[in-house]
Design a protein around this ligand. Sequence first.
Ligand SMILES: [Zn+2]
Length: 155
Amino acid sequence: MEKVAIDELDNWMGPADVKRPVGQALGTEHMGVRFYELEPGESTAFGYHAHGDQEEVFYVLDGTLAFETEDGDVEVADGEAVRFAPGEFQRSRNDSDGRVRVLGIGAPADAGELTLLRDCEACGERTDQEIEPTDDGAALVTVCVECGAETGRFT
Ligand SMILES: [Zn+2]
């Protein structure tokens, strides 16, 4: 048996105001579990993305979270859950003016290859991206694979 208090866990750098590694703290072996809190405009993800081998479920605890999906835009309200298959593209966004709290569960824990797409101004289109830490480790940046431009910076 393992038990944790989510408020006491580390807060990971990234696109969400709060991202806590619940599964890592509990020692989950076959799934990833993460707790998020999103300010207006924030996302659980670095961009429109798919995990090669991992299915994901998001359970919205408070607020309403919008998702861009392959089936169009979907709103997921508190008390609702959404599932994405391995290889299926999605990106959440808090389009509300309130805070959103959401639990994300992905299995297996090893998500496989990440395909990440973001709008690149230099290329004028949505392109493949990589996520890299800055030299001082104070931020994560998304970089266009086509042209090398930085398309986002997350602390
Ligand atoms: Zn580019």
